[in-house]
Ligand binder design. Structure first.
Ligand SMILES: Cc1ncc(COP(=O)(O)O)c(C=O)c1O
Length: 423
């Protein structure tokens, strides 16, 4: 059936696909000469222009188990024939299985030691909306004025109004006027004493604090462990719920199941969020909470039509099973080392242009002295897709299953692109 669909539509659709870009809302600037038609693990293909690309983006850290993963496709197919959707009015088996798996694997792999309950939804921003509402509800239950949220400069938490309110970038915020009130942005580079002063003197007004353990969109900045340990201590002392946004850095990307699994349990969050890799491209997200947070919630406090649907949950069960595996996770670290070693070699050749190489596992940034726009463009012309993060960082977030040889090949292309721009 698929074959027939392609043969009957391919001539028209391939030729006219790019003409149809006039129907896209003006929210993205995309290259004019690229239209993806299919993918395979860490490669993408543009059959319209007859091009093959090495993909260091994985759909922005999403397709952790590779494009067109055959097991994922098989699960989708089988589950679609069984049950796609049944609403949250009734339990469904896949949702129950996924939720218990998330809690159990989180504990087993060193994540949130008191993980207890899961809310499933459909995107990262929604997972953070839930997290913010849960933290606020917890605060308001203690005292009606305890509603404020602390977020950090350089953060990115999503584009819906709540998540946008805790996202610092003015470019994303200012066009939209009033956002949710009582949000304060602090600077992660500040000393813990400064955080302590602010939080303890505002304890009656603060419900939660949200932070990415590795800032992703902001430019790949891992937050030092001592800072997270200190922040959690201060927040616990002041009954402020700590939310870790692991939407980009979680689920194996750092070489741990969760980025916070590298921290002692005193620094574990009250709430954490996951999305992106969770469905390997199928839209699904999760907000995981401890009992302290859940005890503040009542039936009707939050909801979603699609969240936790059997199709997404079936896919995620598989994704979590594959990633929650010591061998798989150690391979992520090893692959990350190839990236860092090669990028540092390149940095030695271009010390004026490449200022820093940083990151964990397969979330790596190479910070340039200026926005690496031309490098990214040249890399694309040479057959490599890379994205930026922050103002001047090239970001490497490939499939966690990327073959070592493809990493080497892609990094050779990247080096050629840097040479071409700065030779
Ligand atoms: C850390 C973080 N939080 C939240 C989001 C928003 O996720 P989504 O685009 O699925 O809404 C992103 C997306 O890039 C992210 O990186």
């Amino acid at each position: 059936m698929l074959k027939r669909y392609l043969s009957s539509t391919s001539a028209k659709s391939l030729a006219s696909a790019l003409d149809e870009k006039v129907y896209q809302v003006t929210t993205y600037a995309r290259p004019d000469d690229l239209c993806i038609t299919r993918g395979q693990n860490a490669k993408l293909y543009d059959d319209i222009n007859g091009r093959e690309y090495i993909d260091f983006t994985a759909g922005i850290a999403v397709t952790a188990l590779g494009h067109s993963n055959p097991e994922v496709a098989d699960i989708m197919h089988k589950q679609a024939l069984k049950l796609v959707h049944s609403s949250n009015l009734y339990y469904n088996k896949e949702c129950l299985d996924l939720s218990s798996k998330l809690v159990e694997k989180t504990k087993k792999f060193g994540g949130q030691f008191d993980a207890s309950k899961v809310f499933l939804c459909n995107s990262g921003t929604e997972a953070n909306e839930a997290a913010l509402k849960f933290a606020k509800k917890h605060g308001i239950t203690i005292n009606p004025k305890k509603q404020g949220i602390i977020a950090f400069q350089n953060s990115f938490h999503g584009r819906t109004m709540g998540a946008l309110s805790v996202t610092s970038n003015p470019k994303y915020r200012t066009p939209f006027g009033d956002l949710i009130p009582h949000v304060t942005f602090l600077n992660l580079n500040d000393e813990l004493t400064k955080f302590n002063d602010y939080i303890s003197s505002n304890r009656d007004k603060l419900a939660g604090l949200i932070v990415e353990p590795v800032q992703g969109e902001g430019g790949i900045f891992p937050v030092p462990a001592d800072k997270l340990i200190g922040l959690k201590k201060i927040c616990s002392e002041n009954e402020v719920a700590v939310i870790y946004d692991e939407i980009q850095c979680g689920l194996g990307r750092t070489g741990k199941l969760w980025a916070h699994a590298a921290l002692p349990k005193e620094a574990h969050p009250d709430i954490f969020t996951s999305a992106k890799a969770l469905g390997n491209g199928f839209p699904i997200a999760a907000t995981i909470v401890n009992d302290k947070i859940n005890n503040a919630l009542q039936v009707g406090d939050h909801g979603t039509t699609y969240g936790g649907n059997p199709l997404g949950s079936a896919v995620s069960k598989y994704v979590v099973d594959v990633i929650a595996d010591e061998k798989f996770l150690s391979q992520v670290e090893a692959k990350g080392e190839i990236f860092k070693t090669r990028l540092r070699e390149l940095q030695k050749r271009f010390p004026e242009q490449i200022k820093d190489v940083r990151g964990r596992g397969l979330i790596i940034g190479a910070e340039f002295a200026e926005p690496p726009t031309e490098v990214i463009k040249r890399a694309r012309e040479l057959g490599l897709l890379v994205i930026t993060a922050g103002k001047s960082t090239a970001r490497f977030v490939p499939a966690l299953t990327i073959e070592d040889s493809v990493i080497e090949e892609g990094l050779e292309i990247f080096a050629k692109a840097v040479e071409a721009v700065y030779k």
